[in-house]
Design a protein. Structure first.
Length: 232
């Protein structure tokens, strides 16, 4: 006799929490996320369908496989994962669980998800983030990004959180912390991805902060060159 799991038919999509690394496509035209464990090899968008990481043709999530988007019920449980050394540069995601899903003790494994909110933690130095900058690693066709403050962004490939939200699309809301160490449980709302043609006030403020950080870095480099004086 085949055991069947009980079915749920919620009136609204359940909410889950997870951590991930933001990524930027090689051509700079798209933004998304990559997982921190099993699904790290398959970057995904704000609204996306799960695929089997083992290349099998069954639909995700399959009862006899680990495939599907994973998330936990409790925000605090997801934030706890950010304390580990390898996950300090990850971001916290709030997602809507869509499609078929399998419920387990701590969360869900689902066929489809929508990322609603991304919370960006402090820079590795503890400063408040003004940008998502090249983290020095990535996946084929995708460059991983990490939070960077005004002093650490320097000349790295980077973009403001507001622009990341715009490239990611799907009305993604982005929040950033104020720095001071530790991942934020609350932060500043810096933008929502949307198809509008203009930038709103929060997006302009985020862009101005990033431009100021770049200007400060170039001025520092110029001052060092002037101190050295002409060669010869």
């Amino acid at each position: 006799m085949r055991l069947r799991l009980p079915e749920e038919r919620p009136t609204e999509p359940p909410t889950g929490y997870k951590i991930a690394h933001p990524v930027l496509s090689q051509d700079g035209g798209r933004a998304g996320f990559t997982g921190v464990s099993l699904g790290g090899a398959l970057p995904y968008g704000v609204l996306d369908d799960a695929r089997c990481v083992y290349g099998r043709r069954h639909r995700a999530p399959h009862r006899r496989c680990d495939c599907g988007f994973h998330c936990v019920h409790d925000r605090t449980a997801a934030e706890a994962l950010l304390c580990t050394e390898e996950h300090r540069a990850a971001v916290l995601l709030e997602v809507s669980v869509l499609g078929a899903y399998i419920r387990f003790e701590q969360g869900f494994r689902c066929a489809r998800q929508r990322v609603r909110t991304m919370t960006v933690g402090p820079c590795v130095c503890g400063g408040a983030p003004v940008a998502l900058a090249d983290a020095g690693w990535g996946r084929p066709g995708w460059r991983a990004l990490g939070p960077a403050c005004a002093g650490c962004v320097r000349g790295r490939t980077s973009l403001s959180p507001a622009v990341f939200a715009r490239l990611a699309g799907g009305e993604l809301r982005v929040r950033t912390g104020r720095g001071g160490g530790g991942h934020p449980t609350a932060g500043i709302d810096v933008g929502r991805g949307h198809p509008a043609t203009g930038l709103d006030v929060s997006e302009l403020a985020a862009e101005a902060a990033l431009l100021q950080a770049r200007l400060d870095w170039f001025q520092t480099q110029l001052a060092r060159l002037e101190e050295r004086g002409p060669k010869g």
